[in-house]
Design a protein around this ligand. Structure first.
Ligand code: DX5
Ligand code: ZN
Length: 221
């Protein structure tokens, strides 16, 4: 298995978004990660369906949408229609988590749950069969450019064991502070998907940055 890079457009230069996305894809970024923030679940405010729709016209790569919003259920149908491939939300943001995961799949999207640094793994334990992706937050969400919290590594290891013990094929992604220094640690712990914003779009050459990140994951340590 090789590492999958999900390039996060939160750190892209939006004035030349198409160009930036093309560069990341040229370097081997498999997914494009879209951070949706509502100013309530997290303090920051970012993108919605119009950006997903625009990205859908720019690339055929999967659009991995991460909702840091209250009541994510309000956006399931709209984001599916806009062309989202994956729909990942935080379990604390809604009451009927299983119902929403099922609704996401019914709309033809991959269903994901994201865990904040303080959120326990027990929040996903009862819904493992409903998951196509688990997103481990290695920073407190809201902003790009933060540092990887080392405690994420052991959490990745424990979630890997949980998914394997349930024979789940869900992707195990890590989001926040992923760079050349931190990616191998997360890869070694069992993550297969790496969200990277600053490390890709903050680099002079995003294609080379993606290639370098993937190279760090050549062998499991
Ligand atoms: C953080 C977002 C991340 C962000 C990561 O709230 O969920 O997806 O883009 O940015 P970097 O890679 O800069 O830590
Ligand atoms: Zn994200």
């Amino acid at each position: 298995m090789s590492a999958r890079i999900a390039a996060s457009v939160l750190s892209a230069d939006l004035g030349r978004l198409r160009d930036q996305v093309e560069q990341a894809v040229a370097g081997g970024a498999e997914w494009i990660h879209v951070d949706v923030m509502d100013g309530h679940f997290v303090p920051n405010l970012t993108f919605g369906a119009p950006l997903i729709r625009a990205l859908r016209r720019m690339t055929d790569r999967p659009l991995d949408v991460h909702l840091m919003v209250r009541k994510p259920e309000h956006y399931i149908a709209e984001f599916a229609e806009a062309g989202a491939t994956g729909f990942t939300f935080h379990p604390e943001a809604t009451i009927h988590v299983q119902r929403q995961l099922a609704a996401v799949r019914e709309q033809g999207m991959r269903a994901g749950l994201a865990l904040n640094p303080a959120s326990p793994i027990s929040l996903i334990e009862e819904v493992v069969p409903d998951l196509d992706l688990v997103l481990v937050m290695s920073v407190n969400p809201g902003y790009g450019g933060q540092s990887y919290l080392p405690a994420a590594t052991d959490k990745i290891r424990r979630i890997r064991a949980l998914l394997d013990s349930r024979r789940s094929g869900a992707a195990l992604a890590v989001d926040g502070g992923i760079n050349l220094d931190t990616i191998s640690e997360a890869w070694g712990a069992g993550a297969d998907t790496f969200v990277a914003g600053t490390a890709v779009f903050g680099a002079a050459d995003p294609a080379a940055a993606v290639r370098d990140l993937r190279r760090r994951c050549a062998v499991r340590v």
